[in-house]
Write a protein that binds this ligand. Structure first.
Ligand code: ZN
Ligand code: ZN
Length: 300
């Protein structure tokens, strides 16, 4: 298994693996949540809330194993939130594993859709949104992939009350006066697999402090391939990045055929220097980067 990368920025910590076709998951341990499941490495077992973007195997393979291991290590069952059309097949999968394994662990699998925020804590919600990635079921019905924004919710005192003492504020509250306003602060937004789309213009995407977006292909020859698979090509970033205000942008889902050094070089060649400051490949953030590429790195 590929060793996870770990990215830290302020109090935001993200750990995971993201390689196209092989495995994609990223957890935010302090927020007790994860995006996608991959093959369910240890990091994934440690969080209670997993947000699955779509059903492609590199993102979803570990779902049954997650519930099984959570039972095995005596943890609460945990929660997987998935696009509505794949919830029933996931539940069926749990049943099939019960036939094979002899045990059926408890599994909380929740359908989610854009327009329905998922509250995790009083001050933290997760908001699903549609991205631009096609995933078809065997009956050829279309399943739209989702992205997810982790949003901190604060209640800030309204300006007209800032000078008041604590007991005066309590009095106002008792009388039913609204003294605060709700403020949303998108912290981390994960776009999963996706080609360019209007979702980049959503406030909680373009203004998230950290944005995780895919860049699967970097070779100029792969542009058609990117388009056919509803993926993002490095050259597409020229049209996307100027729309984004994120403090940090992490590129995920690089194909196995491209090693990180070449990808970094391509980024420098193809983008303006001003765009490069806040952007990196997620998998560059490994604690002990290997000095030389391993033989397997060159293949998909
Ligand atoms: Zn993928
Ligand atoms: Zn995919």
């Amino acid at each position: 298994m590929t060793a996870p990368a770990e990215f830290e920025y302020d109090a935001i910590r993200l750990r995971g693996v993201s390689l196209a076709g092989e495995e994609s998951y990223i957890v935010a341990p302090e927020m007790n949540l994860g995006f996608d499941i991959g093959r369910c490495q240890r990091d994934v077992l440690g969080v209670d809330h997993l947000f699955l973007t779509h059903g492609h195997m590199d993102h979803a393979a570990g779902a049954a194993y997650y519930f099984s291991q959570r039972m095995f290590i005596d943890n609460a069952p945990g929660n997987v939130y998935a696009p509505e059309p794949i919830v029933e097949p996931l539940r069926r999968l749990m049943g099939i594993w019960a036939d094979i394994d002899g045990h059926e662990p408890p599994a909380n699998i929740h359908p989610v859709a854009p327009g329905q925020d998922i509250p995790l804590r009083r001050d933290l919600i997760v908001r699903p949104f549609y991205v631009n990635h096609l995933c078809r079921r065997h009956d050829r019905s279309r399943v739209d992939a989702l992205g997810f924004a982790a949003i901190e919710v604060r209640h800030k005192l309204l300006d007209e009350f800032t000078g008041l003492a604590g007991n005066e504020l309590v009095d106002l509250k008792k009388r039913g006066v609204e003294i605060t306003r709700r403020v949303e602060m998108p912290v981390v937004t994960y776009c999963g697999d996706s080609a360019d789309g209007e979702f980049f213009d959503l406030d909680y995407v373009k203004n998230a402090r950290v944005l995780l977006m895919e860049c699967t292909f970097v070779d100029r020859d792969d542009r058609e391939r990117a388009r056919a698979g509803y993926h993002t090509h490095l050259l597409d970033l020229r049209g996307i990045l100027p729309r984004l205000n994120n403090e940090r942008i992490l590129l995920t889902h690089l194909t196995r055929r491209t090693n990180l050094r070449d990808a970094r070089a391509a980024l420098k060649n193809e983008l303006d220097a001003s765009m490069l400051e806040r952007i990196s490949f997620f998998m560059e953030h490994r604690r002990r980067p290997r000095k030389a590429a391993q033989p397997g790195d060159a293949e998909e």
